[in-house]
Design a binder for this molecule. Structure first.
Ligand code: DX5
Ligand code: ZN
Length: 213
């Protein structure tokens, strides 16, 4: 299992320090939650702050857009050269076009599904995708409880993925901890995002290792 700590639960007064610390502790990706106050009822960070995160990070960035105007935000963040940009399918009329656009920057493209969205909604996009991110909470906030139905959904998506594009990673985001990571692994998940679980742990290294099942 690859581990992507969400910096939403970091200490924003010491963001560079925390980003360095999770990278030193062995994370695989640095998960950056971008919220616009419209698609979700919360507002986080823009390119100025993410640039500082990119400078502090020794691991690639995984940018999760929770915004209304995806194309605008893709153009804003692409110059920071994240490894992944993922966007919500619920908020995009032309997901196929946006996947192509993200790839023209040399960035891997992913689609995010809210808890109610069917895994089949990405069936005809899977061959183009580098990642599908399944939300296991309603997007907007860290520290929420894991929605268990995502396990079945991940297993269904993993079947489609194995058939259509085995290279595409499945990521799960929200309420992930050492208790549910085993079931996610069994369902075929490749990457977990963990915010509060990692940042509330006394040792980031121990927390990250406990998720590498
Ligand atoms: C929620 C964000 C998550 C969040 C995860 O909208 O997408 O990345 O920070 O935090 P935890 O792991 O605390 O649920
Ligand atoms: Zn996220």
């Amino acid at each position: 299992m690859l581990v992507a700590p969400s910096i939403l639960s970091a200490d924003f007064g010491n963001l560079a320090r925390d980003v360095k610390a999770i990278c030193d502790a062995g994370c695989d990706l640095v998960h950056v939650d971008v919220m616009d106050g419209h698609f979700v009822p919360n507002l986080t960070i823009g390119p100025v702050v993410v640039e500082s995160v990119a400078k502090a990070a020794t691991k690639p960035l995984d940018i999760h857009l929770m915004v209304e105007n995806n194309t605008f935000f893709v153009e804003l963040f692409a110059p920071l050269k994240p490894r992944y940009i993922t966007f919500h399918i619920e908020e995009e009329k032309h997901p196929h076009r946006l996947i192509q656009k993200i790839k023209t920057y040399g960035i891997k493209a992913g689609i995010v599904l809210n808890p109610h969205t069917r895994p089949e909604s990405v069936e005809y996009l899977l061959e183009e995708l580098d990642m599908v991110l399944l939300m296991s909470v309603n997007p907007g906030f860290g520290g929420q409880s894991f929605i268990p139905s995502v396990i079945k959904k991940a297993a269904r998506l993993a079947k489609l993925r194995d058939e259509l594009n085995p290279e595409c990673l499945i990521e799960v985001d929200g309420g992930v901890n050492d208790k549910n990571v085993g079931a996610l692994k069994e369902a075929g998940v490749d990457v977990v995002v963990a915010g509060s679980y990692v940042f509330k742990h006394a040792s980031y290294k121990e927390a990250i290792e406990s998720l590498k099942v």
